[in-house]
Design a protein around this ligand. Structure first.
Ligand SMILES: Nc1ncnc2c1ncn2[C@@H]1O[C@H](COP(=O)(O)OP(=O)(O)O)[C@@H](O)[C@H]1O
Ligand SMILES: [Mg+2]
Length: 359
């Protein structure tokens, strides 16, 4: 019996398409190596994010296509992940591959909570993650992640972020009293933010999550002009997802020239802590319908959950909810993976300009 060859395996992998990126694994440069020993095949596949939502689909497609080849005995896949960059160091934030803004049309919808959940989830998947609290008017991240009384250290001209549960954290709240920030206006905010951005030493990050203040004021404007954003996650609650509100939020990011990664519905439904039963208090699903009408991705629905609120208000929202609340853990995980998938899609559709360093 003729034994299967490396080239045959490679050809089979050309027939496997990433369901989201809509190209085959070979073209996408996701096949890192193929080893064939008799009928035993080992394939190295590099995902575009450790939080890949489609790993299982890719696995079964690879197995199906490769099994069709004659003489295949076993298939072993080695998974690795390399987050691709949307933005290559345009001096702004060298070393940061993707910058994801979390925004909302208005305050109180859980923007900071979603920013923390997203950062923590990406970190859990194995990515290097930073969280920047740019909500100068209401910096709440330090309290949420239990760093309220800490101050970042300074090395030379640089400010070093603090860490919470493995996520690098920086907040305007570390630098100024929130009561003082409220009176800042245009040019002043612009100067402070720019200086702040220049001075924070993030190091190498796969994702930097930015908690933006609501609206189209000076801060979002300065930020979107100063740092190249991969895109924005727009947070809605079921109450305000009348189509008009969603349109307003999306238009805001269009004005700021920031791509939309998608809409997430927060406090979407209630899970009773004792029974695990789900209640649609506010009419769940509004954001999903709005997203479909507006042709932007729907990223998921996060339940109204006591554990999230308690965590958020007592400085420990970095928990995975795994043991305490598997339903919430599942919803959070699905949102994080869908958002990471949207970042990967953008990186493939709009690849980073080549880093033309002259050496
Ligand atoms: N999914 C949720 N379940 C329970 N409480 C939540 C949830 N999302 C946010 N909260 C709570 O709602 C309040 C407002 O959330 P926050 O993230 O600070 O909003 P924003 O940043 O948009 O002003 C906080 O007390 C937070 O803990
Ligand atoms: Mg907030």
């Amino acid at each position: 019996m003729t034994s299967v060859t490396r080239d045959q395996v490679l050809d089979a992998l050309r027939r496997v398409h990433d369901p989201e990126l809509r190209k085959d694994l070979v073209t996408l440069n996701m096949v890192k190596d193929i080893a064939v020993r008799e009928g035993d095949i080992r394939i190295g596949i590099e995902l575009t994010t450790p939080a890949c939502p489609l790993k299982d689909a890719i696995r079964s497609d690879v197995e199906r296509e490769v099994r069709r080849l004659p003489g295949v005995r076993s298939i072993d896949i080695d998974w690795t992940a390399q987050v691709r960059a949307t933005i290559r160091s345009q001096n702004a934030l060298p070393g940061v591959k993707n910058i994801i803004a979390v925004g909302a049309g208005k305050g109180g919808v859980g923007k900071s909570t979603i920013a923390v959940i997203l950062a923590a989830g990406l970190h859990r998947s194995g990515a290097r993650v930073g969280l920047l609290d740019a909500d100068v008017y209401g910096p709440s991240i330090p309290k949420m992640v239990g760093l309220e009384n800490e101050r970042p250290s300074v090395r030379g001209e640089k400010i070093l972020p603090l860490t919470a549960g493995g996520v690098f954290v920086m907040s305007m709240g570390f630098m100024v009293e929130p009561e003082r920030a409220v009176i800042w206006r245009g040019p002043m905010v612009h100067g402070v933010i720019k200086q702040f951005l220049d001075q924070v030493e993030w190091g190498e990050l796969d994702y930097l999550i930015v908690d933006l203040p609501p609206g189209t004021g000076d801060v979002p404007l300065t930020l979107s002009q100063s740092i190249p954003m991969t895109g924005a996650v727009v947070v809605c609650t079921p109450q305000d997802v009348a189509l008009l509100d969603a349109i307003k939020a999306l238009r805001m990011y269009q004005q700021l020239n920031v791509d939309i990664l998608g809409i997430v519905e927060n406090m979407s439904y209630f899970i009773a802590p004792d029974t695990g039963k789900e209640y649609d208090i506010f009419g769940r699903g509004g954001a999903e319908k709005a997203a479909a009408r507006l042709k932007v991705p729907f990223l998921g629905a996060i339940p109204l959950n006591v554990a999230i609120r308690v965590g958020g208000d007592t400085g420990n929202p970095l928990t995975a909810f795994d043991e305490t609340d598997p339903a919430t853990a599942k919803a959070v995980d699905a949102f994080v993976r869908t958002a990471a998938g949207q970042v990967s899609i953008r990186n493939v559709l709009r690849p980073a300009p080549l880093d033309l360093k002259i050496t």
